[in-house]
Design a protein around this ligand. Structure first.
Ligand SMILES: Cc1ncc(COP(=O)(O)O)c(C=O)c1O
Length: 398
């Protein structure tokens, strides 16, 4: 009798939609507004800092928690931009291989098999896979699109409360949120902090889009909300803030005991991450305020470009307050669901988008089936050509 090759924890994980739609985009010469990585490069000074670190011999293992200079830069950056003061670089920071590794190590360090993890839908896909790896149970609460009574994406407080119970160990937050662009308000964070205090739940706050926020929205670091400070592990990385997604330098910031839990996992997952890129990330985090302001201005202009293009193509889009994604309503166009719409878009119209139903659990999948996710972290030429194709192709389909 032969044994199955796949362990149960990976057997159900097929090819991701990103792989499928990137391959389709390539095959059909489509403008790729699917996968969320910039098609432009990060700051020259940061790339130069990486080259210099390699030349200067920063090429052996870093300490497992990360190069001390980077940990200091992470603490300084938190205070400078988010009023997150009192971060001790020696006891409260661990550097990881991207936010992806950070998320896994936080959950490895804090969640036991059979425990429950609460998160909002649509979710970043690694949350669901990681919860599954740990033999834990997900409890998802849907974010609802703006409507007559809500100007932004919102959640029902009773639904969140109902998801909490005696087995809940962690609440995963993501602000600014991928893919809706929601930026959680202080009041919402305070409500969630109150619930977490009541149920003694820890928080993983994924803030990788912390520098891509559009006024009047303002990014609030969850850990600066008093009821969340002692229970929150902040996760971030340099990929989005510095348009260097391939570097995979991420980090966590947490009170010492929580950081210790994450560090225990991290030391046996990757031990340490690329030393010269850590050195350069310290330089990135110390870039002047003007760099971060310009990043916001550039993304605002890209957001407006794609929003007006989608409107001209007849698609109703929800205005994101942060991140570099736009969710558009695709209902009433004669497609069975979001996957059928996105397949049509990539093969017939020449534009790749992501069907967001993959970011929902089975219970609320239907909520994602009426939408498509477009990324605007692309050059103006790519955005303009995508809009031209959408206007032409969707007019034909109508
Ligand atoms: C919400 C969210 N969290 C985490 C990540 C992963 O970040 P990293 O590339 O630093 O691993 C992404 C990347 O798309 C993301 O959108």
């Amino acid at each position: 009798m032969s044994r199955p090759i796949f362990a149960g924890r990976v057997a159900h994980l097929g090819t991701t939609v990103f792989t499928e739609f990137s391959a389709l985009a390539l095959k059909h010469g489509a403008m790729n507004l699917g996968q969320g990585f910039p098609d432009f490069d990060g700051p020259e000074a940061v790339k130069e800092a990486a080259r210099k670190a390699i030349t200067d011999g920063v090429n052996q293992y870093a300490p497992s928690s990360g190069l001390r200079d980077l940990r200091v830069a992470i603490a300084e950056h938190g205070a400078r931009f988010h009023g997150h003061t009192g971060i001790d670089p020696d006891t409260m920071v661990t550097v990881t291989s991207g936010a992806t590794e950070a998320i896994f190590c936080v959950l490895l360090g804090l969640v036991d098999p059979g425990d429950e993890v609460v998160a909002f839908e649509p979710f970043y896909d690694s949350y669901d896979a990681n919860i599954g790896f740990l033999g834990a149970k997900s409890r998802y609460v849907p974010l609802r699109p703006p409507d007559a009574s809500h100007s932004t994406w919102w959640f029902d407080r009773d639904e969140v409360r109902a998801a909490f119970g005696p087995r809940t160990r962690v609440l995963i937050l993501n602000t600014p949120h991928n893919p809706t662009g929601k930026v959680f308000t202080r009041e919402e964070l305070e409500f969630l902090g109150g619930l977490c205090a009541e149920f003694d739940v820890k928080v993983l706050s994924d803030e990788v889009y912390e520098h891509i926020v559009f006024a009047p929205a303002r990014h609030i670091r969850a850990a600066t909300v008093p009821s969340l400070t002692d229970r929150t592990v902040t996760v971030s990385s340099g990929g989005k803030s510095f348009s260097l997604t391939g570097w995979k330098i991420g980090w966590i910031i947490a009170p010492p005991a929580l950081r210790d839990a994450v560090q225990r996992a991290h030391q046996f997952v990757t031990f340490a991450t690329a030393s010269p890129l850590q050195a350069a990330m310290a330089a990135a985090l110390r870039l002047p305020d003007t760099y971060f302001q310009e990043l916001g201005t550039q993304y605002l202009s890209k957001r407006e470009r794609l929003l007006s293009g989608l409107a001209e193509a007849g698609l109703k889009a929800y205005v994101p307050e942060g991140s570099y994604f736009i969710m558009a309503d695709i209902r009433g166009r004669g497609f069975a669901d979001d996957v059928a719409f996105c397949r049509h878009l990539v093969t017939e119209v020449g534009v790749a988008a992501i069907p967001p139903s993959v970011f929902y659990g089975p219970e609320h999948k239907h909520l994602g089936q009426g939408m498509a996710r477009f990324a605007f972290c692309k050059t103006e030429a790519v955005l303009d050509e995508a809009v031209r194709r959408l206007k032409e192709g969707l007019a034909r389909a109508r």
